[in-house]
Design a protein around this ligand. Sequence first.
Ligand code: NAD
Ligand SMILES: O=C(O)C(=O)C[C@@H](O)[C@H](O)[C@H](O)COP(=O)(O)O
Ligand code: ZN
Length: 364
Amino acid sequence: MTDQSVTRIHVAGSAGTDPYDVLVGRGLLGELPGLVGDRARRVALIHPVTLATHAEALREDLDAHGYATTVLPVPDAEGAKSAQVAADCWEALGRAGFTRTDVVVGVGGGATSDLAGFVAASWLRGVRWIAVPTTVLGMVDAAVGGKTGINTGAGKNLVGAFHPPAGVLCDLTTLDTLPVHDYAGGLAEIIKAGFIADPVILDLIETDPRAARSPHGPHTAQLVERSIRVKADVVSCDLKESGLREILNYGHTLAHAIEKNERYTWRHGAAVSVGMVFAAQLGLLTGHLDERTVRRHSSVLGSVGLPLSYRGDQWPKLLDTMKVDKKSRGDLLRFIVLDGLARPTVLEGPDPDVLAAAYREVSA
Ligand SMILES: NC(=O)c1ccc[n+]([C@@H]2O[C@H](COP(=O)([O-])OP(=O)(O)OC[C@H]3O[C@@H](n4cnc5c(N)ncnc54)[C@H](O)[C@@H]3O)[C@@H](O)[C@H]2O)c1
Ligand SMILES: O=C(O)C(=O)C[C@@H](O)[C@H](O)[C@H](O)COP(=O)(O)O
Ligand SMILES: [Zn+2]
């Protein structure tokens, strides 16, 4: 039973996949056994070592409902998104006798849900999975939409599958323990949703940026829900990123290169923040975006404590890494830029001098 009102955001089935709901509220974790459903006998709870207490509480509840629950602790943060960790999970599912009607649950931030979803996508060529995101970023972005995957030596998220969850439980009370640095990282994806589709998000943050950094701010639930709606609307139309979905990659071409360059010690949201300032400059220099909206990027991202710049001397390496971005086609680099507020578009093969000039604007 939940203790307060619950918002239910529907994600339509796309590309032959089943629809599902994202539930947002407080005290929602008791909904998990119901979502797992009657056909499953076994559940695997994948969680970072840091969230063992949450996982143990969920295990007790699942066991009480008659499921045989395997708890699978994985390395924290990006350390979970490796082929070795995925292989360890497959071995554990094998030992537990996991069948096609059994269910994987990912409890944690976006790194955990990306791994858990990928393990579910690949085990027996696909079993059901449920996301229980415990970071802002996980709730508003990673847990929704079915992009699952791991990193490789060549870069971020290069191996994966589109495999939507059967349900997403966003229990806002879990955010109470999230360090403010990670909370702000999630705001980067919320601000992204604001720039690409829902500028009310930007207005709400600008009203009181300090409050926006807290799970108890006046607009917390609204910011989370609005961002989920942006994502749900997009992935409901284009699960497999054949067009529209690319807008969710705003700021990510450079961001992923920065993450790799920093050996994943930078949080994703921090890198996306720099990536959006860069994308805004690119929009300006190619005649798409006005100066006022470009300045708004730095001001709103900076106001919640997100970084706006990165090392100038790293440009050649970053450019090289960006070539394996999933939006690239052959030798053509592609970026999402804005034609104006909430008007994302694709910029193909920009002049290398323009790219370098945009990067100079974010160089520290
Ligand atoms: N699949 C997608 O569509 C999608 C979308 C956006 C981001 N991502 C991926 O998500 C990842 C980033 O996610 P993230 O920012 O959540 O990072 P994360 O998963 O690395 O979590 C950040 C930190 O928060 C800790 N943590 C999690 N919940 C906590 C809680 N309730 N209390 C205290 N600590 C807690 C974790 O242990 C970790 O140290 C990246 O790998 C990114 O590529 C995927
Ligand atoms: O869901 C999407 O599509 C996104 O692009 C959302 C991004 O925030 C997310 O970081 C995603 O994992 C990036 O995907 P990738 O295809 O560039 O690896
Ligand atoms: Zn992202």
